[in-house]
Each structure stands twice: as structure tokens, then as C-alpha cells.
Design a protein around this ligand. Structure first.
Ligand code: AMP
Length: 276
């Protein structure tokens, strides 16, 4: 596996390579990231892993400063999963002096995570558009854990006619159900235990919907109770259409339950599809 820092080198490396798969990441790899790299390896001739802690998608300076970074470890893990290229550009390579362009996706990027984290999805959409143009992948791999991110990227790809397929892989979880996240390392032991309530609440809601519960307010209340059992309060619990992220008035077809919860110093997000 080669580590590449600049756009010219990554373009030279992918030229004539056959089917190119791109795995966008901010590093601090866990099994969630590695599942994407393995899927790319299985489906593509050349696998490029993008590693860049994108400053423009952080809306809290403290979150950016505390974001875990360990390129050496990430490089070893990516190589072990079969990546061909680790593209780890500098901030100056991505945003050179005079940089002035932003991609904004209206509507879907303004609700839930977008409402709680102003500017977050503009940062995401812009850097994803840039990496698609830098690398020129045939297919890009994303995790279902960041469901709204996937919806924003899909909207942008359709609207801007970007010639890339979007593949979405299931959320990889710890044995107690907590969705793997680079931020989990910042949970102390008690918060780490309490954090399992997110998945417990979502699973209980899924079972309740399968058993006939169709009122989205009641579905959200099921999740709320599971969180309250651990003394946690959600920033939001939303029952939405999985494609548009519009709120549903009745769960009469598959819906997405999405939530964000602060657990100690860490803001966690998770989601689950619920099916009547
Ligand atoms: P990040 O480095 O957090 O920006 O994540 C990079 C990619 O990995 C995104 O497409 C995420 O959705 C995906 N990802 C993060 N956590 C998980 C997980 N637990 N399971 C599956 N994919 C994940």
C-alpha cells in the first residue's frame, strides 16, 4: 500500500486502474471503517482509502481538537485489509490559499444533524465532492451509521450528475450494541456502559413497530424511556422517511429512527430502520 499526499499522485495512481473504489474516512479506524475497506477490496480493482480530518465539517473547535489521530496505525490496518492507496492529503492540499467554494444541499441537510450542527453538511458535501473529483472513483463506500450523511451525498451525486455509485454498508456494533465510532474512546467506563442505551432503545422501538406500533410519537417515546433509564436525554429522536428525511406521520412502511445523545463528553448518533 502506498501513502499519497497530493492530487497529482493519486490521479496518476488510479489512471487506467480498472474499477476504482473509494473509502472516505477521518481515520482512527475501527471495524466499521475496516468493513468498508474490505467491501471495496472485494468489489474493486483498486482501493483508495481517503484519510482526512476535515476541519470544515466540525462545528465545535473542541471536537476537532479532541478528534483522535493515528495515521501510522490506520495505515497498517488499511494495508492489512487490502487497500492499495492511502490518500492522506494535508489541509493545504485540500483547501489551498484563496479557497472559496462550498457545496450546500438544501432541505435534507438542514434537519436533525444539520440543525444541531450548523455548517456540518456543507463541510461534508464540499469535501466529498472534492474527493470524488480528486480521485475519480467508480464507487464510494459509506456506513449506514451516518444515515443522513448518506442521504445528503446521494442527493448531491444525483443533483450534480457526479459519475459515482454509492454503496452503503451496515453499522458495525460492539457486543452490547453500541455503534462503533472513533469518538467512543473518549467515553469513560460509566458513560461507556450507559451508551448501550441508544441501541437498546432503538431495538425496543424496532420490536414495538414490528408488533404494530405505528404512531411516530409513541415510537420516539419508546426510545426516550430506554435513554431515561440511564439518565440520558436525546438532542433529538426522529422518525423519518429513510430517503428524504421528512418526518413520517404514521409508520405504515419502513421508516428510520435516528437520534443524537450526549453521553458525558461525547455526542453520539445512531439510527435503525423500523418496519411495520
Ligand atoms: P468517519 O471516519 O467517522 O468519518 O467515518 C468514515 C466512514 O465510516 C463513514 O462512511 C461512516 O459512516 C463509516 N462508519 C463509521 N462508523 C461506522 C460503523 N460503526 N459501522 C459502519 N460504518 C461506519
Amino acid at each position: 500500500m502506498r501513502i499519497v499526499r497530493d492530487v497529482a499522485s493519486v490521479r496518476a495512481a488510479v489512471a487506467g486502474a480498472g474499477r476504482v473504489g473509494l473509502v472516505p474516512t477521518m481515520g482512527a479506524f475501527h471495524e466499521g471503517h475496516l468493513s468498508l475497506v474490505r467491501a471495496a477490496r472485494a468489489a474493486c480493482d483498486l482501493v483508495v482509502v481517503w484519510l482526512f480530518v476535515n476541519p470544515t465539517q466540525f462545528n465545535e473547535a473542541a471536537d476537532l481538537a479532541a478528534y483522535p489521530r493515528d495515521e501510522e496505525r490506520d495505515a497498517a490496518l488499511a494495508a492489512a485489509c487490502g487497500a492499495d492507496i492511502l490518500f492522506a492529503p494535508t489541509v493545504e492540499e485540500v483547501y489551498p490559499a484563496g479557497y472559496a467554494t462550498t457545496v450546500t444541499v438544501a432541505g435534507i441537510a438542514d434537519v436533525l444533524e444539520g440543525a444541531q450542527r450548523p455548517g456540518h453538511f456543507a463541510g461534508v458535501a464540499t469535501v466529498v465532492a472534492k474527493m470524488f473529483n480528486m480521485v475519480g472513483p467508480d464507487v464510494a463506500f459509506f456506513g449506514a451509521k451516518d444515515a443522513q450523511q448518506v442521504a445528503v451525498v446521494r442527493r448531491m451525486v444525483a443533483d450534480l450528475d457526479l459519475p459515482v455509485e454509492i454503496e452503503v454498508l451496515p453499522t458495525v456494533r460492539e457486543p452490547d450494541g453500541l455503534a462503533m465510532s472513533s469518538r467512543n474512546v473518549r467515553l469513560g467506563p460509566d458513560d461507556r456502559r450507559r451508551a448501550a442505551a441508544l441501541h437498546r432503545g432503538l431495538s425496543t422501538a424496532r420490536d414495538a413497530v414490528a408488533a404494530g406500533l405505528g404512531d411516530p410519537v409513541a415510537v420516539a417515546a419508546v426510545v426516550e424511556r430506554a435513554l431515561a433509564g440511564e439518565g440520558l436525554t436525546a438532542e433529538y429522536i426522529a422518525v423519518v422517511d429513510p430517503g428524504s428525511f421528512a418526518p413520517v406521520t404514521s409508520v405504515d412502511r419502513p421508516a428510520l429512527v435516528a437520534l443524537a445523545v450526549r453521553v458525558g463528553p461525547v455526542r453520539l448518533i445512531d439510527n435503525m430502520v423500523v418496519t411495520p
